[in-house]
Design a protein around this ligand. Sequence first.
Ligand SMILES: [Zn+2]
Ligand SMILES: [Zn+2]
Length: 248
Amino acid sequence: MKVTVIGYWHAFPKKGEAASGYLVEHDNYRVLVDCGSGVVSQLQHYCELEDLDAVVISHYHNDHIGDIGALHYFRLLTPYISQKAAKPFAVYGHQEDVQGFQRLSYKDVVNAIPYNENQTLDIGPFQFSFYKTSHPVPCYAMKIQTSASTLFYTADTGYMPELAEAAKGADLLIAECSLYKGQDGTPAGHMNSEEAGKLANAADVPALLLTHLPHFGDHGQLKKEAQAQCPSTIIDTASAGWSKTLST
Ligand SMILES: [Zn+2]
Ligand SMILES: [Zn+2]
């Protein structure tokens, strides 16, 4: 599978960029994981909107769902403006926040499908598994698998050893890193660089991508602070268009 960073900013997007959004592709099937503010505009650098097959939302904070309405309107207008016939399309989310889940669907244009922690879900060629995180609102990390590769995305969370267990065996861990070493994100349900590195070390993953990055400081420092916790892991900090093809 191939993963591309569409947006990676904590809370709100920097000028010309986007908050959380990751395009995951395999066998000509495209899933957008999270759809934060600015994502629909930036996504079009990497994928025609007509070619998107599904969206999976981790939770209903605006930096993860803020642009879902733009996708609704795109699907509404597609029959009138696109040369291509619309493909089946669905948005997946949890139902622990009923109002949040209702934001996913739109008239008879976009259908919302629930996921939960207790069952894996086949979405195109991918198998998704979900793990509750430590966050002020219900939020799910996800493991995304094909027969050849595994991606693990923490979504928003404070440090949790359980997530390291769940991420074991992943080819790439995409971990949120909202703060620098020494800053305590636990009450807000976020990790700092040291905790993200600790998570990667405990999960024993070969590669770590730090994302959901703060609007202050030097992101290069985040990488150094995480690397100190897991010397043998290849670490990158997210940037727009960062991309990696995973295979075993
Ligand atoms: Zn959040
Ligand atoms: Zn967030």
